[in-house]
Write a protein that binds this ligand. Structure first.
Ligand code: ZN
Ligand code: ZN
Length: 326
């Protein structure tokens, strides 16, 4: 078992995963986005033996188009740790599911340049993996995310996503679900539905909308140029999106990622898919995607206070995005 320990002051969970220090890193250290010359990519076709066997493959006539396997260096299920019996603190014998989705056989594919059809198939695979991982009775919350670029935490440049199912409710989710619950108790409505309505009326933080989705720079963005993509319909999980909505999302996501990449060449960013937890009251949560460009990093003040200093007002970010990539 690996270990999750709760920070006694903040209530935040920390995952201890000593095997993560052995994972490969294929960017040149200190070089920005360049890869090492002697790089052998474990995610390229013909190198499948370097990774665990696939738990799912989407195939076409040339081979696999999307490949899913268990992470070789899982953040959870690390068996090096002994059970912790210190009763002063709260800890948890970590059980989790950690999968990798390699979303293209092409080593240098940039997600914003993928076709809409390919992105649609990828979204269908993500939806299927969410279903699968949530179906494990030990799993409380599933985070799907993409680390795009070394400054966003990627260690392998070949495009991929990760699915991390955890047995506890994490503090960020707990705080968000509480906000949904309190707003609902006070008004009888969904805070996200009301926020989308408010932002649409206010206009200045809106980036774009189509028939099913709207994107905006959130009012209190922690990161510079943070962007949220929210369905107009009240859906609490990606698994409730219809085929037409997923197709619409594929095109919308491609357009939004092109705008993000317009900030500067080779920008690193994270994409986080925000799901309801298993124990979240039915109908309470409103599903959305966060895109977090990585400009600057947490500094002492942010670590000490969790109060972020953001030099870019969301109103400016939205204005930049409205013009970018057109
Ligand atoms: Zn590769
Ligand atoms: Zn809603």
């Amino acid at each position: 078992m690996s270990q999750m320990r709760k920070d006694i002051f903040s209530g935040e969970w920390v995952i201890f995963a000593s095997n993560r220090k052995n994972k490969p890193y294929n960017y040149k250290r200190g070089s920005g986005i360049e890869e090492k010359e002697d790089n052998i990519c474990p995610f390229c076709p013909k190198n499948e033996k370097m990774t665990p066997p696939a738990v799912f493959e989407l195939k076409n006539s040339q081979g696999w188009e999307i490949r899913v396997f268990d992470n070789m260096y899982p953040a959870l299920n690390d068996y090096e740790f002994e059970k912790d019996c210190d009763s002063f603190y709260e800890s948890f014998d970590g059980f989790g599911i950690h999968e990798v989705i390699v979303d293209t056989p092409e080593h240098t594919m940039d997600i914003a340049n993928a076709s809409e059809e390919h992105l649609y198939r990828l979204l269908c695979v993500i939806k299927q993996r969410l279903d699968k991982v949530f179906s494990n009775k030990m799993i409380e919350y599933v985070q799907v995310f993409k680390n795009n670029g070394p400054y966003a935490g990627a260690s392998i440049s070949h495009s991929h996503w990760q699915v991390l199912g955890v047995p506890v409710l994490t503090s960020e989710q707990e705080a968000a679900f509480k906000a949904f619950e309190e707003y609902k108790a006070k008004t009888g409505r969904c805070i996200m539905c009301d926020m989308v309505e408010h932002e649409t009326e206010a206009v200045k933080r809106i980036i774009k909308e189509n028939e099913s989705f709207v994107s905006f720079a959130p009012y209190a963005s922690r990161q510079s140029f943070e962007m949220w993509i929210v369905p107009k319909r009240h859906v609490q999980t990606m698994r409730e999106l219809t085929e037409d909505e997923l197709k619409s999302l594929a095109g919308f996501l491609k357009e939004m990622l092109t705008k993000v990449e317009g900030i500067r060449k080779g920008i690193s960013f994270n994409i986080c898919i925000q799901e309801k937890a298993k124990s979240t009251k039915d109908g309470l949560f409103h599903w959305y995607i966060r895109i977090l460009p990585r400009i600057g990093s947490w500094a002492g003040f942010e670590y000490a206070t969790r109060c972020f200093i953001n030099p870019i007002l969301p109103e400016y970010a939205a204005e930049f995005y409205r013009k970018a990539g057109n």
